[in-house]
Design a protein around this ligand. Structure first.
Ligand SMILES: *Cc1c(COP(=O)(O)O)cnc(C)c1O
Length: 356
């Protein structure tokens, strides 16, 4: 978090607040900042989606949430199989059911229409990096869903930059709402997130959301988190995005140049990143004959000994520069090089890094 975020949190956490009024006022402020009709603050993007689904299921009627799940799985939420993520569990969390359409390679418009005809109440779109490019685009999904009265929610938790995504999914592409994480690119409190979009859906979230004593009470968001999130969004929108991305390009270039010079290592720039954002990653491939270290073992060592989290995919280690500070980039450069140059420094397997 930036210092101004922390500074905004302290008074919000020590003074008395009307949390309902704060949710409405700060939500309206976020809506204005992000050029949306409405915004709702939650304790994470996943929580924002859970509350939004609950709002749809109950029509914003707090009393109705006492009956949920109202029809035991009858509230069907469609998702393309190519866009499944561990986070879509929020649909089941609130008692709705997730219905997969398409296959690993993609989805057709016909498959979507058919699924709606079999019964659907909402659609969850996840803008993941899609190399197959045969999944339905958000534009296609909205075109089919809108005239049939199926609300489209976007899980945009990791879709910044570009900052313009804060309004693109909703005001330009026509999604009903999009959820963003406050604890990722925005650098707000880790347990913060927000939903932007349709005003009446946001009002419904406010009506059933915490601290109301409904199912959503388990997803309570505090005044200090709300205040910190708002400060973080304000500062995030003031940043020069081209400059931020250029800095990440420089970091990746520096990493790639240094690691590639190590005998037995091939390093290169990977683009776009895992979430399809316009940011690079550094990819490292190890020649196992010269350096007896698997990509997974290297990732485990970096996590266990250095508390540096990198991804290992097949024979690659992938290093993401966001949101690394310039000084931290040097530490990462040094520690990765150390483990590549000292594969025998540790004997026996390193404890497994937990899935992130
Ligand atoms: C990180 C992430 C989430 C969860 O966001 P939180 O703010 O941590 O709740 C949900 N969906 C996707 C695609 C994510 O990358």
């Amino acid at each position: 978090m930036r210092k101004r975020t922390l500074d905004a949190m302290a008074p919000a956490g020590t003074e008395y607040h009307d949390v309902f009024a704060m949710q409405a006022e700060l939500g309206d402020h976020i809506a204005a900042l992000t050029r949306n009709d409405g915004a709702y603050i939650a304790n994470g993007a996943a929580a924002a989606l859970a509350i939004a689904f609950l709002a749809l299921m109950s029509d914003g009627d707090a009393a109705a949430t006492a009956q949920l799940p109202m029809d035991r799985g009858g509230f069907r939420v469609l998702i393309q199989r190519s866009q499944r993520t561990p986070y879509d569990a929020v649909v089941r969390l609130v008692g709705a059911s997730l219905v997969e359409i398409g296959d690993d390679n993609g989805t057709s418009v016909g498959q979507l229409v058919e699924a709606i005809e079999r019964g659907a109440r909402a659609y969850l779109f996840v803008p993941v990096r899609d190399d197959s490019a045969s999944s339905l685009t958000l534009d296609e999904v909205v075109t089919v869903c809108k005239p049939r009265g199926i609300p489209v929610l976007v899980d945009a938790a990791a879709q910044l930059p570009p900052a313009s995504n804060l309004w693109r999914y909703t005001t330009e592409l026509g999604a009903d709402a999009a959820a963003f994480s406050g604890g990722k690119e925005v650098r707000g409190p880790q347990n913060s997130g927000f939903l932007v979009g349709r005003r009446d859906l946001v009002e419904a979230c406010r009506a059933i959301g915490p601290p109301h004593q409904t199912l959503a009470r388990a997803l309570k968001v505090s005044p200090e988190v709300m205040a910190g999130l708002v400060a973080a969004i304000e500062d995030y929108l003031l940043e020069d995005e081209d400059e931020t991305i250029a800095q990440r390009e420089k970091m990746v270039e520096m990493w790639v140049d240094s690691w590639d010079a190590i005998p037995g290592v091939e390093a290169f720039r990977d683009f776009p990143n895992v979430a399809g954002q316009p940011c690079p990653r550094a990819a490292v491939r190890i020649d196992f004959d010269r350096i007896p270290l698997s990509s997974e073992e290297l990732a485990n060592r970096l996590w266990h000994f250095e508390r540096i989290a990198v991804a290992s995919e097949g024979d690659l280690v992938l290093v993401n520069p966001s949101p690394v500070d310039v000084g931290e980039a040097d530490i990462i450069l040094d520690r990765l090089a150390y483990h590549l140059q000292n594969p025998a420094a540790h004997t026996g397997p390193t404890p497994q890094r937990p899935d992130l």
